[in-house]
Ligand binder design. Structure first.
Ligand code: ATP
Ligand code: MG
Length: 441
């Protein structure tokens, strides 16, 4: 009784304390969801390994200048979305808003270009952008990305697209569309930019505020505007595809030919310009019908100018990033959450049995079984109920008598059937038991 009262008092006390909430635009990935994340990671790792892509892990914060130079100051990401602060040593630091700039910095700084052949790299991790949070849009979000550095062959463009499609397919995601464009090289873009500005200038006053600002700074980004009136105006704008020089044109034709040969369907979208400044030639995105407003799952393209822009040699490159939150929203619509449950649930009662239970659990785990140990010390009946709820296939029952005899009862939870084992035998037969547990699941 006393114990119960003190329990209730403790609860009231906790409720009165003001609790701290997570920041807007961030979220916890709880154990019931984390199975999806682990599944994506393992499918991605397997698929990428088959293409000889190697993982790279770069810091989560970098000098602000890296992103200013690598992404471009006129972009939304740099202009409005970065988490930038001064550290205690007065350096301007930014939480990475994307992965490419850091990978390219590492590629240059660690001289990966001196390795023979093409570098195929992948990364996975959190990114940070100060945006208005919505479904599929957060301030801390996660990307899986690949970068292929050192090839200007159209096959590299198509390989990365095919790898993204493979990963998404292996996860069972369908209802996807590939949108494809070429943004040409620097010269093509200069010519196009002028034509676009000439076309848009008469409509200047009707554009949304952001687009008006971009007209001088970064006019191609206007094609990306989400404003309805601006979209109406840009519908009849000149197409970048009419401004591609000979080299850009033949690169893009080859890319399209190879994509068709692989049996991947796509739509040409000359308005697809991507948000980032360093893209050249191929630009693409993979969108889903099942995501509402935040439909882009994967975005990428070629960025032949970036390595040099960041102080490295002239190295062509191509890559993409998949937004993992959006991918997982899709997986949740398609599949039950993958869950790892114990194979065996160990119940025990009595002083000797309880000490024995921990040792037995450890030995079985070391032999390869997934074992949950009941720590409650409550009556067997209550422990059995928890065993049923745990998802385990069988239960191990240990009382003082068994502990003294060195035996244990294995009880199949569905049938109630029981077998007495010598503990040493059970550990020795762990492989065989595991097969039986899998067969009976
Ligand atoms: P959007 O137009 O949706 O803002 P973006 O062009 O800014 O996308 P990229 O920089 O190309 O996106 O990033 C690649 C992918 O990362 C996107 O296609 C999306 O799936 C995901 N992504 C980007 N920003 C966010 C975010 N704030 N929250 C969740 N996912 C994001
Ligand atoms: Mg964005």
């Amino acid at each position: 009784m006393l114990l119960a009262v003190s329990h209730i008092l403790a609860r009231i006390y906790i409720l009165e304390m003001e609790s701290i909430q997570s920041l807007r635009g961030t979220r916890d990935i709880l154990p019931e969801e984390v199975g999806y994340w682990q599944w994506v990671a393992s499918v991605a790792e397997e698929t990428l390994a088959r293409g000889n892509y190697q993982e790279i892990r770069t810091p989560i914060f970098e000098p602000t200048a890296l992103f200013e130079r690598g992404i471009g100051e006129a972009t939304d990401v740099v202009g409005k979305e970065m988490y930038t602060f001064c550290d205690r040593g007065d350096r301007s630091i930014t939480l990475r808003p994307e992965g490419t700039a850091g990978v390219v910095r590492a590629y240059i700084e660690r001289k990966l270009f001196a390795n023979p052949g093409v570098q195929r790299l992948w990364y996975m991790g959190p990114m940070f952008r100060y945006e208005r949070p919505q479904a599929g849009r957060q301030r801390q979000f996660h990307q899986l990305g690949v970068e292929v550095l050192g090839s200007d062959d159209p096959r590299a463009d198509v390989e990365v697209i095919a790898v993204a499609v493979d990963i998404l397919k292996s996860l069972g995601v369908t209802n996807l569309h590939l949108n494809l464009n070429s943004v040409g090289d620097r010269t093509d873009r200069q010519n196009y930019r002028q034509a676009l500005v000439d076309y848009l200038t008469p409509f200047q006053d009707e554009l949304d505020q952001d687009s008006r600002d971009r007209l001088t700074r970064n006019p191609m980004r206007i094609l990306d505007s989400k404003d309805e009136r601006t979209q109406e105006i840009t519908r009849d704008a000149p197409s970048i595809l009419d401004y591609l020089g000979e080299r850009s044109q033949s690169h893009f034709e080859r890319v399209q030919y190879l994509i068709k040969e692989l049996g991947i369907s796509y739509t040409l979208n000359p308005r697809l310009v991507r948000g980032l400044d360093y893209y050249t030639h191929t630009a693409f995105e993979i969108i889903s019908d099942d995501l509402g407003a935040q439909a882009t799952v994967c975005g990428g393209g070629r960025y032949d100018g970036l390595v040099q822009e960041l102080g490295g040699p002239e190295v062509p490159a191509v890559g993409w990033a998949i937004g993992l939150e959006r991918l997982i929203i899709l997986l949740q619509q398609l599949h039950q959450p993958p869950q790892v449950t114990p194979e065996l649930y160990l119940v025990s009662r009595g002083e000797k049995a309880e000490a024995n239970s921990l040792i037995l659990a450890q030995k079985l785990r070391q032999a390869g079984l997934r074992v949950e140990l009941d720590l409650s010390g409550s009556a067997f009946g209550k422990q059995f109920k928890r065993a049923d709820r745990s998802g385990a296939v069988a239960c191990l029952v240990l009382g003082d008598a068994e502990a003294i005899a060195g035996t244990v009862n294995l009880k199949w939870l569905k049938s109630g059937e029981q077998t007495v084992f010598n503990q040493v035998d059970l550990i020795a037969k762990a492989d065989q038991i595991k097969q039986q547990l899998i067969a009976n699941n």
